[in-house]
Ligand binder design. Structure first.
Ligand code: DX5
Ligand code: ZN
Length: 218
């Protein structure tokens, strides 16, 4: 299967959210990537339930919701009710990660785990068979438009090997600093989902940039 592309709504124009959602609907994008920040887990605050509910009404594609919040287990059903299809929590933010993952799956959503750049992939060894997606942060979470951290390639390789060893199926999503220059190497290394904020919304023609990010490997 070819890789998926998930434009990050964080970089959209919130004065024209309907227009930007429509652009994603009509593009080759696969998912909407939706970043929720609480100002505690990360040094920024983005948006919450009312905006996600509004997006759900606009979007014809799955909402991939990335929680950058402390104690994410407190809000699982609210995110499901707001319209999340995939719910990703940070490993660093959930003490009882196994319980949190089971609770997400019990609501019918797909469950993901996000890792900060400094967090070792080896910490996923005992949860990898239970999850649908790993969100590999390739920048320190909190802001769009940051520079890609090169060490991510090594982590993608390690994670890819782990998934193979366990004979399980799990998406490897890359989040932060994905560009037209690095996406091919990322997919080649094992990435299956590319999040892109600034690369898409900062471009002249977001629709064709999405199409470019969807191009298969050379
Ligand atoms: C960062 C967010 C990302 C962000 C990516 O904390 O998790 O999803 O929107 O933006 P770009 O692609 O601009 O790095
Ligand atoms: Zn994200």
């Amino acid at each position: 299967m070819s890789h998926l592309v998930a434009p990050s709504v964080l970089s959209a124009d919130f004065n024209h959210l309907g227009r930007d959602a429509e652009m994603i609907n009509n593009s080759q994008a696969d998912w909407f990537h939706v970043d929720v920040m609480d100002g505690v887990f990360v040094p920024n605050i983005s948006f919450g339930f009312p905006v996600i509910k509004a997006l759900k009404k606009l979007a014809t594609k799955p909402l991939d919701v990335h929680l950058m919040i402390v104690q994410p287990e407190r809000y699982i059903t609210q995110f499901r009710d707001a319209g999340a299809d995939i719910l990703t929590v940070h490993l660093e933010a959930s003490t009882h990660l196994h319980r949190t993952i089971q609770a997400i799956k019990a609501t019918g959503m797909k469950a993901g785990v996000a890792l900060n750049p400094h967090t070792s992939v080896t910490l996923l060894e005992d949860i990898i068979v239970d999850i649908d997606l790993v969100c590999m942060m390739s920048v320190n979470p909190g802001f769009g438009g940051q520079k890609f951290i090169q060490h991510t390639f090594k982590k993608v390789e390690d994670l890819s090997n782990m998934i193979r060893r366990h004979e399980t199926e799990c998406h490897i999503e890359i989040d932060g600093g994905v560009t037209l220059d690095n996406y091919q190497k990322l997919v080649h290394t094992g990435a299956t989902v590319l999040v892109a904020g600034n690369t898409v919304f900062g471009s002249e023609n977001p629709t064709s940039t999405i199409a470019a990010l969807k191009q298969p490997l050379n």
